[in-house]
Design a protein around this ligand. Sequence first.
Ligand code: XMP
Length: 430
Amino acid sequence: MKQDLIVILDLGSTRNTVLARAIRDLGVYSEIHPHDITAQELKALPNVKGVILNGGENRMVEGQAVEISRDLYELGLPMISVDYPQSQCGVRYDTLPDRETLEKFLFQECGAEANWNMKNFIEDQIELIRRQVGERKVLLALSGGVDSSVVAAMLIRAVGSQLTCVHVNHGLMRKNESESVVKVFRDQLHANLIYVDAVERFLGKLEGVADPEQKRKIIGGEFIRVFEEEARKLEGIELLGQGTIYPDIIESGTKTAKMVKSHHNVGGLPEDLKFELVEPLKQLFKDEVRACGVELGLPHDMVYRQPFPGPGLGVRCLGAITRDRLEAVREADAILREEFAKAGLDKKVWQYFTVVPDFKSVGMKNNARVFEYMVIIRAINTVDAMTASVEKVDWEVLERITNRILAEVANVNRVCYDMSPKPPATIEFE
Ligand code: XMP
């Protein structure tokens, strides 16, 4: 193993990830583990140099007082306790340790080396994946999103042909998105990729369904069914790759302990299709996942793409989805993305997309009255997607985009810019 490891034990602090981040910033790899880890489990982690008991104000997890097993103290690992009034080990801190204190603990007491970097991380993960997978086969749902793409690239590097990727095209992808997934993974990375064209199936199920929640349920449920059908066609698959990342593991005081430990099945797959999970990114923050993807040779566009909701354009083609409006939202989105990239806004704006409502308005084209759809442009900035502000896009850029949409997108005679912050508006419309 290439990297030294500092283990943070979650004893109910709400700042586990802040602490993990602070340690990584000093060049040492750190992981958060649940308070009820056994001495055996802790010993099995590679290159553990020290342990931090992160107790928060009161050492409570989900309202229960928690303590670590006495056996852990007997491993003889350097330990400090953070935020805990009655520490059983030598040193006690009442707040997050400052940089100097952390440095002293990491480098002097633990003798850790600053050897955390993406290259070492990938090498270590590849070894761990090979150990876990052995000769067995792995299945992965490859949406083309950042997380699933990076997991796929990592698994291809680690176990190559033992991996089967399934890409489901639900017809709600952006322009050329499915094509690009196939091109990158089949042609460049030589992945064993099954491409499922489920466009008609999804659009059929969604026909006439206007309620946003119902639409989401249908898209999510149908996705599981298509994936399940593909999984059943394959033989002898025991493992499922998943793009779980750090932020998916909820901060504690609440649920970290449970989440870090759980080996749940992919949401919604039937009981008899139980897989063991491979989750090589579950210790990474989003920016680290992107760095990992770059190091693994994925294209910049794939790794730095803006967030895109699971139900895809389905929640941007408002109300009951129709093919003409779906096409309009897809074409307008492609124009918006192209023009934002030309203006350098793709690197500045957090998320930007188009929406097509399910009503028409009156207009004039070639001296004749038309009754057509409108495209709404939304461009927002946010840190955590909980609140968002509207990007003040340059007027000329907006004019250029508007002119192109009106000239190039069929069935559209009007373009609007959404000025609403979140709250009260959400980022997406549905
Ligand atoms: P809202 O609309 O709630 O969106 O302000 C916040 C962020 O979450 C994204 N989003 C989703 N992402 N599956 C996803 O993976 C979804 O169903 C989903 N719905 C919203 C949205 O694009 C925005 O970035």
